[in-house]
Design a protein around this ligand. Structure first.
Ligand SMILES: Cc1ncc(COP(=O)(O)O)c(C=O)c1O
Length: 396
């Protein structure tokens, strides 16, 4: 099926050039219809839904998502987004004065902000390990973290796929090498659907993932997987009925996390439809991942060639060190900011991130697409960037 035919399966605006699947994803129409059907069921009889139907429906959706990411459903906490998932994990790790938290210069800002608050509350220190660009060694992200670990380190937060720079960290190697006293939280916001996942096998006690990005669920579908030995001590951010309800054969962990107040569960309940729809459209998930990986690398290469822009990950390691996104280094016109350029691109109907981030010495353009993209869409992207004065940068 052509990309144009694929596009019809999504609710995307055809007048827009879509080169930023990574930030917010895009849900297929079938998943949006399934979500609407859940909302209709809720509004048709609220008590019937929340008292009788919600728990079995969530158990079924959790089982489907857990199978997709390699987790046991009992350890999967459903949350609206990865930021929330990271907050729950952070709150569960006891820290004292003088303890250290390690992350990298490529950490997602929202989660780094949470680390800073946690450290300030505990009198702990955040150590930011530098990750140099261009990346020429796929082992470098895990090694950079390990080099920053000291006997005072209690917590590591690492992105499985970094957001500004689209770099994959070998989190399983990191988990194996960390001392037992260090809790590893993996922020896998970009991983489900872009990497083959077996979260329980990674060896990290906490794994946060978004489903609305690469798995194409409606917005507001995400999870935190918690290892069995950490579940009893991992509380939701909001205390609700579950703290005192009888267990009735369940666990306090499940009771507490399964209900944190009235909410709309339709995005998560539609996630299994999104998973099945994308698999059917793309010929199975391995083929979908391979398509998006090749598309990102080829789009970045074509963009780089047209603009004279180097990729920030050496092509020789890109198959291992990148997933479904890739970035090239650019020069912005004098006085322009990334934010202003994103605005100018949006005004032209173009969606692509122009990244300025403390973890990278140069501004970047990051490209990411899904089944609905093809490489013919690179040329118009180049035209728009050129028209706005964005030029390529040589960094190799
Ligand atoms: C590495 C990383 N962590 C966390 C997030 C936050 O995701 P959300 O806004 O869905 O919480 C993102 C979003 O792009 C991300 O890339």
């Amino acid at each position: 099926m052509s990309a144009a035919a694929m596009r019809a399966a999504f609710a995307l605006d055809p007048a827009v050039l879509h080169w930023n699947h990574g930030s917010y994803g895009a849900a297929p129409r079938a998943a949006l219809a399934a979500q609407q059907a859940v909302r209709d069921r809720i509004e048709g009889a609220t008590m019937r839904f929340f008292v009788r139907e919600l728990a079995p429906a969530m158990a079924a959706a959790r089982a489907a998502v857990a199978a997709f990411v390699g987790a046991d459903p009992d350890g999967l906490v459903v949350v609206p987004n990865a930021t929330h998932a990271v907050a729950i994990a952070l709150a569960a790790v006891p820290l004292g004065r003088g303890d250290q938290i390690v992350t990298t210069t490529h950490a997602y800002r929202a989660c780094k902000n949470q680390l800073d608050r946690k450290a300030a509350d505990a009198g702990a220190e955040v150590v930011v390990a530098p990750l140099a660009l261009p990346l020429t060694d796929a082992a470098a992200p895990a090694q950079a973290v390990l080099a920053a670990v000291t006997p005072r380190t209690r917590l590591v937060l690492v992105d499985h796929v970094t957001s500004p720079t689209a770099i994959v960290c070998d989190v399983a190697a990191l988990a194996r090498a960390l001392p037992p006293a260090v809790t590893l939280i993996v922020d896998g916001a970009h991983a489900p659907g872009s990497l083959a996942l077996d979260v329980a096998a990674i060896g990290a006690p906490y794994y946060a993932g978004n489903l609305h990005k690469w798995a194409c669920a409606p917005k507001g579908a995400a999870f935190l997987w918690v290892a069995p030995d950490r579940r009893a001590a991992t509380r939701p951010l909001v205390v609700s009925h579950g703290a005192t309800l009888p267990l009735d054969g369940s666990t306090r962990f499940r009771r507490e996390h399964d209900w944190t107040g009235t909410h709309d569960p339709s995005a998560f309940l539609a996630a299994p439809v999104a998973l099945a729809t994308i698999a059917e459209l793309g010929g199975g998930w391995p083929a979908v991942r391979a398509h998006n990986h090749r598309l990102a690398l080829a789009a970045a290469a074509a963009l780089g060639e047209a603009l004279g822009a180097d990729p920030i990950v050496a092509p020789a390691i890109a198959d291992v060190a990148q997933a479904s996104m890739a970035a090239v280094a650019v020069e912005l016109p004098p006085g322009a900011t990334g934010v202003a350029l994103v605005e100018a691109l949006l005004a032209r109907g173009v969606e692509v991130p122009v990244v300025e981030h403390p973890g990278t010495p140069w501004p970047l353009v990051r490209v990411s697409g899904h089944l609905y993209n093809d490489l013919g869409e690179v040329a118009p992207l180049v035209d728009h960037l050129r028209a706005l004065g964005v030029r390529g940068r040589r960094i190799a």
